[in-house]
Design a protein around this ligand. Sequence first.
Ligand code: MF3
Ligand code: CO
Ligand code: CO
Length: 228
Amino acid sequence: MAITLREVRRLVRPGVTTAELDRAAARVFARHGARSAPRLAYGFPGSICISVGDEVVHGIPGARRLRPGELVKLDVTAELDGYYADAAISVPVGRARPSVGRLVAAGTAALRAGLGAARPGRPVSAIGAAVEDEVERRGYRVLRELTGHGIGRAIHEPPAVPNHADPAASRPLTEGLVLAVEPMIAAGGADVELLADGWTIATRDGSVAAHVEHTVVITSGSPLVLTA
Ligand code: MF3
Ligand code: CO
Ligand code: CO
């Protein structure tokens, strides 16, 4: 997971196509005997999800060429020996505009805050409460329709892990629970829409979105990050 993200991130530059990035990810998977979980579980038409600009998640790799100043989200979910892990990063193309840099920093800080709030006995919603707090403090919005999730023997397992203080997420965290925590945030409105390709989810108002994700294990102390 971490190796794939590192290798693909290295290739992010103006002019590269998202299909080229996807092929690089596929090569890392093959080298390690891992398989693309989105393809395996849902028939996703790519090895990893690559979302650009106002696209938030589930973008399909293709002929699109990255342009300077854009923000690309690389979301990697792999299966190996029946186990799944999920991680995402947001990478500016070329030199980051200050506004894009601040948005990414907010996503990273929100993930850290969410993990900092994750302790056994607290409800799952404690994570989202901390995430949203951090995001709003920095002037951005959580895209509430999109959540993290349990993960382990399948890509998506219960419980849902909202990025806000959702009262429905009342299940207590327990030691050993494995979660994908993934703030999805935007600079503008909080609404998202499904694009005509049937996969890509984008912000409705076209504002830039950021996404960062780690798979973690709940422990008695700080969660153990599996995808670092
Ligand atoms: N990696 C995504 C997540 O964080 C799942 C992608 S599965 C897809 O949950 F098929 F929808 F792409
Ligand atoms: Co993911
Ligand atoms: Co996920």
